[in-house]
Design a protein around this ligand. Structure first.
Ligand SMILES: [Zn+2]
Length: 105
């Protein structure tokens, strides 16, 4: 599965792939290669974990894009925010559809 994903002024390739394309990545669920405009998510994850991983990697790209400080806390911040957003989307599908419809108007 592959999408063009617009993030800021850029178009990323968002790909769900059988293997994350770096060495020693057996425990990686996803990867953001900001300078290549590529985001990978491992195929075969449970649906909710696929969604959370996709959001997580987008949050990493936002951190790069807007030059937010790269701190030791980045992974924890992205992890918590990604998990929380995933839960909001999961628990409120009608609200999410409404937000999406507003943004398409
Ligand atoms: Zn991460």
């Amino acid at each position: 599965m592959e999408f063009d994903l617009k993030l800021g002024a850029h178009t990323f390739k968002f790909m769900v792939v059988p293997h994350i394309p770096i060495e020693d990545c057996s425990d990686l669920l996803g990867l953001c290669l900001y300078h290549k405009h590529q985001i990978y998510v491992a195929d075969g994850l449970p649906p909710s974990l696929t969604a959370e991983t996709a959001i997580h990697e987008v949050l990493h790209s936002i951190r790069f894009m807007y030059s937010l400080d790269n701190t030791d806390d980045e992974e924890a911040i992205v992890q918590i925010t990604g998990h929380a957003l995933t839960q909001v989307f999961k628990d409120n599908p009608e609200w999410f559809d409404w937000i999406t419809s507003l943004l398409r108007a």
